[in-house]
Design a protein around this ligand. Structure first.
Ligand code: EPU
Length: 457
């Protein structure tokens, strides 16, 4: 069926009416955005990396804990961040956004403690309100998140941690009910079969700040986003040490005040743009990029033959024509991030030989494999591993985004594929990348956001 274009939409409209729904249409009028990409342009120029989505979301949730106003800078303007604002508004937190990525948050009403199914199904990070609600309002009712496109995503470790601090739990109509007159510090172990849990560590960390006594989180997540949350909480008056290591210690305090805080740059967006430079044989300068958060990624990219250098305040990425094959295994931080597994797969499709990619966090996070094969890649999935047979070129085709990072991989493949690639369901990408087409176009990419009235099935 021909694509029924109704014109270019300059910006992902990020009003509540256009928030993404997992597996559904993203606008009330049923229209959908898609990207049309003409591949083959070498990307050159400078790109500014936005604030980190996965740091901003729990830090925004932490405003529930604070007595005064919280002022956050470098907050990315993303669908998921807007979803968090909507959730916090319903929970009595007033939010306002200023130009340049500043968001103000202030608790005005502490009555509502319910994060309902409609909100949680739109965004799993909604579970981050659980710890703060329990610690500050002594109860939380949060819809249990279901599965999602990247696989099973249980929250048993969040629950174990919060019950370890003294919460009683119950399940009612799919909602998890948590109650505690007071939380008491404890020694907790947060390791699971796939390592620690990032948002689980965030939840326990937030709850422990107001618990009575000392909490030790053993097997805590070491991700920079958890460290950023700890730094924010410390700026509000929390007593935390050991963040960034697998053992975090929290000494509970009576109350937290508001503060002004700047969110770290998004390491996954930075990694995606590094790969955009590499895949197009380009020359890209990244601003607002913390290279120390990307060492595993830089290590793999250098192995592939990509040059990455610090130049003053910028990181410069350039690539030789020949891409070497390699092995990549996603692991908890400081290992290679699962959130860049799909993107590096797109790059390795064009390497001179066979690569092996193993997913150790979400063994089913491979929805992009079949779509990359539609573009001429030769990928074979064997359990949690994909064998990538390098090909000389990719060829443009219509493809379907299935989740946030898979969509990014398809855009990257489209940038280099011969001819035209259409990436459908780009509402997935709007959840985590701030107007990606507006950042790619000045670098020379031929990418347009278009809109059509209805989604093809
Ligand atoms: N797990 C459990 N039990 C739990 C929680 C997690 O077994 O209670 C397992 C998961 O099934 C998974 C592993 O532990 O195998 C790690 O999951 P984790 O809880 O760390 O993931 P998350 O906190 O739900 C965050 C990011 C994800 C990112 C993962 C892993 C946010 C809002 N989300 O999710 O980001 O993939 O950590 O690094 O911080 C994305 O941005 O695209 C994204 C999916």
């Amino acid at each position: 069926m021909p694509l029924g274009r109704s014109g270019r939409t300059e910006q992902a409209g990020l009003t509540e009416a256009r928030l993404p729904h997992c597996g559904g249409l993203h606008t009330r009028d049923g229209s959908v955005d898609y990207f049309q990409i003409a591949g083959g342009k070498r990307l050159r120029g400078t790109v500014e990396i936005s604030g980190s989505k996965n740091a901003a979301l729990p830090i925004m949730a932490a405003s529930i804990l604070c007595e005064g106003e919280v002022v956050l800078h470098n907050v990315p303007d993303l669908a998921d961040v807007r979803s968090m604002e909507v959730l916090l508004n319903k929970l009595g937190v007033a939010t306002s956004r200023e130009a340049g990525g500043t968001v103000r948050l202030k608790v005005q009403d502490e009555m509502n403690c319910h994060a309902d199914y409609e909100l949680v199904r739109k965004m799993r990070a909604s579970v981050c309100v659980m710890g703060p609600l329990l610690a500050k309002r002594h109860k939380a009712q949060v819809s249990m998140p279901g599965g999602c496109n990247i696989g099973d995503r249980p929250i048993n470790l969040h629950i174990a941690g919060l019950t370890g601090l003294g919460a009683d739990t119950d399940l009612m109509s799919g909602d998890l009910l948590l109650k505690a007159k007071r939380l008491t510090g404890a020694e907790l172990f947060l390791g699971g079969p796939f390592g620690s849990t990032v948002t689980g560590t965030a939840n326990i960390l937030m709850a422990a700040t107001l618990a009575e006594g000392r909490t030790v989180i053993e097997s805590a997540a070491c991700e920079p986003e958890v460290t950023d949350l700890a730094n924010f909480l410390k700026a509000c008056g929390a007593q935390i040490s050991g963040e960034g290591s697998p053992r975090i210690t929290v000494d509970g305090v009576k109350q937290l005040k508001g503060c002004e805080y700047t969110i770290i740059p998004d390491r996954i967006e930075a990694g995606t743009f590094m790969i955009a430079g590499a895949i197009t044989n380009g020359d890209i300068h990244l601003r607002n990029c913390r290279l120390e958060h990307l060492l595993a990624v830089v290590d793999r990219l250098r192995q592939i033959g990509v040059n990455i250098e610090r130049e003053g305040e910028e990181v410069v990425v350039s690539s030789s024509r020949r891409l070497e094959p390699t092995t990549v295994t996603s692991q908890p931080y400081p290992g290679f991030p699962t959130d860049l597994q799909a993107q590096i797969m797109a790059l390795l499709c064009l390497a001179d030989g066979n690569s092996i990619i193993t997913e150790k966090i979400y063994p089913d996070r491979f929805m992009h494999v079949a779509e990359l094969n539609r573009l001429g890649a030769v990928l074979r999935k064997e359990g949690p591993t994909v064998i990538v047979e390098g090909v000389k070129r990719l060829i443009g085709a219509p493809v379907m985004a299935s989740d946030l990072r898979a969509s990014a991989a398809l855009v990257l493949a489209g940038l280099v594929a011969k001819g035209e690639t259409t990436v459908n369901r780009v509402y997935h990408i709007d959840r985590g990348y701030e107007r990606i087409e507006r950042k790619l176009r000045p670098l020379g990419a031929d990418i347009e956001r278009l809109n059509r009235a209805t989604e093809d099935s």
